[in-house]
Design a protein around this ligand. Sequence first.
Ligand SMILES: [Zn+2]
Length: 74
Amino acid sequence: MTSLDRFKPPSDDRPYVAECEWCRGEIRAGDEVKRIDDGGGYVHNGFGFDCAGKYADERVYDAMGTINIRGEID
Ligand SMILES: [Zn+2]
């Protein structure tokens, strides 16, 4: 057996543990995640994934823009 025979790509054989609540992609053991406080579930929070941020934006905020003097978003 050579060293090449033992080489494995880093992401192939890590066990599947959950489905991301934002992108519906696989979450595997070793992934960086955030856990959702109500209802459970996990979202990706690793490098190159902004599932946690996008999920929070959608659930927490219902408008975005510049606030005016009446306290409304234009
Ligand atoms: Zn995700």
